[in-house]
Design a protein around this ligand. Sequence first.
Ligand code: GTP
Ligand code: MG
Length: 137
Amino acid sequence: TNRTFTMIKPDAVAEGNSGAIIQMIEEAGFRIVAVKKALLTKERAGQFYAVHSERPFYNDLCAYMSSGAIIPMILEKDNAVADFRKLIGATNPAQAEEGTIRKRFAKSIEANAIHGSDSDDNAKIEGDFFFAGIEQF
Ligand code: GTP
Ligand code: MG
């Protein structure tokens, strides 16, 4: 498909970087299909990241992702999933390329400013986790 899912993470929202991040996303050619501000409980963060439940950082990740407001969005563009992963850069900001969102805004491998879906199937699952069908247009 031509859609992906993203969340601006708590560190970036709290520091007032949402506007600059959305500007980078739009300037890269993505159209916002759906957007809102939300606060996850630790349980709900755990459901979202259930795929990582066996990883050593899972508990920290769920605590971090529920520590403040996030901004979930569905985005549209040709080749959306791969192009968006390129725009956000490597998970660890120390390895993120110049010009990427994580290079500019990520604080650490955990507080790394933004999420991007890793496949078309997960983009659909993750978008539907936050948005009803009538909110996606
Ligand atoms: P997402 O777009 O958020 O899914 O990031 P990613 O696909 O680049 O990384 P991955 O799915 O492997 O990990 C999900 C999230 O877990 C990362 O974005 C980080 O916030 C966090 N994370 C990943 N690796 C580590 C780690 O080694 N330590 C800690 N504390 N957090 C990690
Ligand atoms: Mg991932």
